[in-house]
Every structure is written in C-alpha cells, then in structure tokens.
Design a protein around this ligand. Structure first.
Ligand code: NI
Length: 173
C-alpha cells in the first residue's frame, strides 16, 4: 500500500471523464488499497480514482466520525439510479485548494455499482453520505464542486487561486 499524490485543480486529468473498469484484477486491488490509505491520510471523507491520476471509475468514501468504527464504502463503476429531495451543504475537496462553498445536491440517492470483489451492490444513502457519493461520482465525470456554484463565485476563486499558486512559485527570501 502506498499513499498517492492527489492531483489538484487546474490539473487537466481531473477534467477527463474516467473510463469504466472492465477487469477487476490485482492492479485494481492495489489501486483501491492505495486510494483508501490516501483518503484516510489526507484526511478526507471521499476520493475518486482520477484524483490520484488513474482515470478509471472507482470511488471510496467514509463519513463516519473519527471515534466511531469505520463505514468504508468502495464502489467500482458507480451509477446514480434514483434521487430524491434537495440539500445544501458546504463542500470542500482534496483537489480544490483552500476553498469551500455551498452546493445543492439530492438529499437521498440510490447508487448501483460493484464492490471490490466485483459483486453488484445497490446502496441507498441520505444526508452526508449521499452528498459525498454524488461529489465523488462527479469527479469520475470530470466535474468538480466548483462547477456547481455561480460563475461569479467560481471566477473569484480562480483569481484567488492564481495569486496563491504564483506566491507558492516565487522564491522565499
Ligand atoms: Ni473532491
């Protein structure tokens, strides 16, 4: 197992639609183990495979509080099949540096996909776990939460990020 580097916006890999997994092999298992370790180490409540530069369709999530047993979910080729209601939640992302914003999503969802052994699963989630699943599935489609906020807010963030990245580039004297 290894902690992988998480790509950050505006890396173009994050913008590509990830391809479905057609063969679950040893490499897939290794990637999943790495994703889980990377997610917990970050720490984050969710991670999509293309965030670590692997453009296949795998997500991991765990929204359980720190002092409670884990509630790890790994899904291969996840797909939302049903949604209900709306919820607004302040989201951040391991791939979006130094920014959070309110995002409106479905409050309840049903997701189908495969577990890491390749068995079909159907999950019904609501609240935070549902939000995280939608956020991670967006990643697989090349979408970030900043695509779901107003153009004005996004442009302001882009400008701030540009300055921030420039500062990081310049030598510290
Ligand atoms: Ni994210």
């Amino acid at each position: 197992m290894a902690v992988r580097r998480i790509l950050t916006y505006p890396d173009t890999v994050l913008r590509e639609r990830a391809e479905a997994v057609t063969n679950i092999d040893g490499k897939t298992q290794e990637l999943i183990d790495d994703m889980i370790q990377t997610m917990y180490q970050a720490p984050g409540v969710g991670l999509a495979s293309n965030q670590v530069g692997e453009p296949c369709r795998i997500i991991s999530c765990d929204t359980s509080p720190k002092d409670e047993p884990n509630d790890l979910v790994v899904l291969i080729n996840p797909e939302i099949v049903e949604t209900d209601g709306f919820i607004v939640y302040e989201e951040g992302c391991l791939s979006v540096i130094d920014y959070t914003a309110d995002v409106k999503r479905a409050e309840c969802i049903t997701v189908k996909g495969l577990d890491r052994e390749g068995n079909p699963v159907l999950l019904k989630k609501e609240g935070l776990p549902a939000i995280v699943l939608q956020h991670e599935i967006d990643h697989l489609d090349g979408m970030l939460f900043i695509d779901r906020i107003s153009t004005l807010k996004r442009e302001l963030y882009k400008r701030r990020l540009k300055k921030l990245l420039k500062q990081r580039e310049s030598p510290r004297l």
